[in-house]
Ligand binder design. Structure first.
Ligand code: 5GP
Ligand code: ZN
Length: 138
């Protein structure tokens, strides 16, 4: 499905320029315009899916294959010593562009970048409830 107002659809169809590093029939990868680190790359489906949860699994596989290859290139060619691979689903998770994309963010020793997950502790009963709820849907 095409969304003519979507910035990543426009990049995917070449209407808007990007620093493209990879392209095949289903996937395009380009540098993030506001990189969190040197080499921050977005791996994006060519077709418009709002986020990871609505992307067909066959295309999802391809996106993550490309993400792996980009991460390997960042390590081999940019001197990254680590990589964060992440995708935001929904505004509460920080998604601002509602076209599925995976961030591949190279990390460098002492780069000062913080992707924080403040630790929480839940009671055993709550952990058990959560486990059952998720399992029910699988
Ligand atoms: P989100 O917060 O939706 O997971 O990430 C969207 C990302 O897209 C942000 O990191 C932002 O910098 C990037 N971005 C937004 N607009 C453009 C654009 O026009 N070109 C490129 N290359 N990146 C963009
Ligand atoms: Zn789109």
């Amino acid at each position: 499905m095409k969304d003519t107002s979507c910035i990543f659809c426009k990049i995917a169809n070449g209407t808007i320029p990007s620093y493209k590093v990879y392209e095949d029939n289903d996937v395009i990868a380009f540098l993030d315009v506001n990189p969190a680190s040197r080499g921050h790359t977005l791996v994006v489906t060519k077709e418009h899916f709002s986020n990871m949860t609505t992307c067909p699994k066959s295309i999802l596989d391809k996106v993550f294959e490309v993400a792996q290859t980009i991460a390997q290139a960042q390590i081999a060619q940019l001197g990254a010593t680590g990589v964060n691979v992440l995708t935001n689903v929904g505004e509460s998770a920080g998604q601002t562009v509602h076209h599925f994309h995976v961030h591949v963010i190279p990390r460098y020793d002492n780069d000062g970048l913080k992707l924080a997950f403040p630790p929480k502790q839940l009671a055993d009963s709550e952990m058990t409830d959560i486990k059952s709820s998720i399992e029910k849907a699988l």
